[in-house]
Design a protein around this ligand. Sequence first.
Ligand code: GAP
Length: 454
Amino acid sequence: MAELVDMAKLVSLCQRRGFIFPSSEIYGGLSSCWDYGPLGVELKQNVKKAWWRAIVQERGDMVGLDAGILMHPRVWEASGHLKGFSDPLVECKNCHLRWRSDELKGNVCPSCGGELTEPRMFNLMFKTFMGPTEEEASIVYLRPETAQGMFVNFENVVNTTRKRLPFGIAQMGKAFRNEITTGNFIFRSREFEQMEIEFFVKPDTAKQWFDYWVKERLGWYTGLGIKKENLKLRPHTKEELAHYAKECSDIEYLFPMGWSELEGIANRGDFDLVQHSKFSGKSLSYYDEETKEHITPYIIEPSAGVDRSVLAFLCDAYDEDIAEGEKRALLHLHPDLAPIKVAILPLSRKETLSPMSKEIYADLRRSFMTQYDDAQSIGRRYRRQDEIGTPFCVTVDFQSLEDKQVTIRERDSLRQIRLPIAELKKTLQTKLEGEDLFVLPPGGSVWKEGEASK
Ligand code: GAP
């Protein structure tokens, strides 16, 4: 069995290096809320960029949407969230901690062994008020999923894009759930981001599209470096299916706390379009040119969490090894996801090296997220970049002043190539796009860290 990453080590790395901080930390933090720091925001954006690229940009059958977080309250009546989006809550009569009774193993408080209250259903939607009066009529909800924005815009999208079935709408954005139990770092929080697809299909093709999307989504994670053996598919039993779903499978990842849901893929049937037609009074059917009939499409929904994806990519990338006799922690992040693509490291802080180094830095910065670091020994600086997952370091040394060549050092293989500065940007570009890392550019040479150049 694969070795599980130690969550405490990962959390420590994330805080120490500026990936993720507890929210409002100077005030003691806010339970289960997190802030993405300078490196975390890059990683998170790269995850979203990779998803958008695969789902929207590279497909002809998908369009994007960015609907508001606040929606008409009737949306949540139609969707079933007002009535049914609840978890059973119990409270310990002794220590007053609250738990989800469906997640408890026994019938006493897991923390102190105290007696528990009877379960009561607790709605997970956050309420707020629209406008200056705090009264029943002005209640609105922070959306608990991005999905509904796509259902209520179905007609707008069909009319404006003239898309024919099968086609999808994709959306990324914040969702809010007043979860009873949170935890496991960014795995379950009350404010999080989703990346959701609503794929509209003819009802008799729904099964085939469901299977297609399961395969497609598994391939997206492995294509970005997640190890196959750390992913598995868990079909839902009839009893656990959500009220809207005809079929659902979770893509689970082997997180440090064990196998847990990373993404859900559901066949929602015609539930959503029928409900919104009923509640809004607007027909949301689709005219099928082939059969000359109005039909209500079925919806296949691959629904992923951004934060859970970030956590899975971090867990999968985390590694410790020995390089040049020193222990190092490193992130084998896929180059598309790495927050920093290239670090410029002048061999010494001596003034003679800085103009050339800074010139290279200024040039590369226009193409990639680039860092400049001239503090401490070169070995230390390599380790610092390894720890944040930077795939390439560029070293400028005294010989560079003579021969106008620099060294690229690769994070995973520790191999190094020396090449003319004129070839640097183009070479990094092709390497970052996944070309063979050590096909040498004209005038280059190659060796491994700690060995002499050949
Ligand atoms: N529209 C369907 C839907 O929202 P879901 O299974 O409730 O389905 C989809 O949520 C995904 O959103 C989950 O697989 C997970 O990645 C993410 N997610 C849900 N609740 C979350 C929470 N409290 N914190 C972080 N991510 C969450």
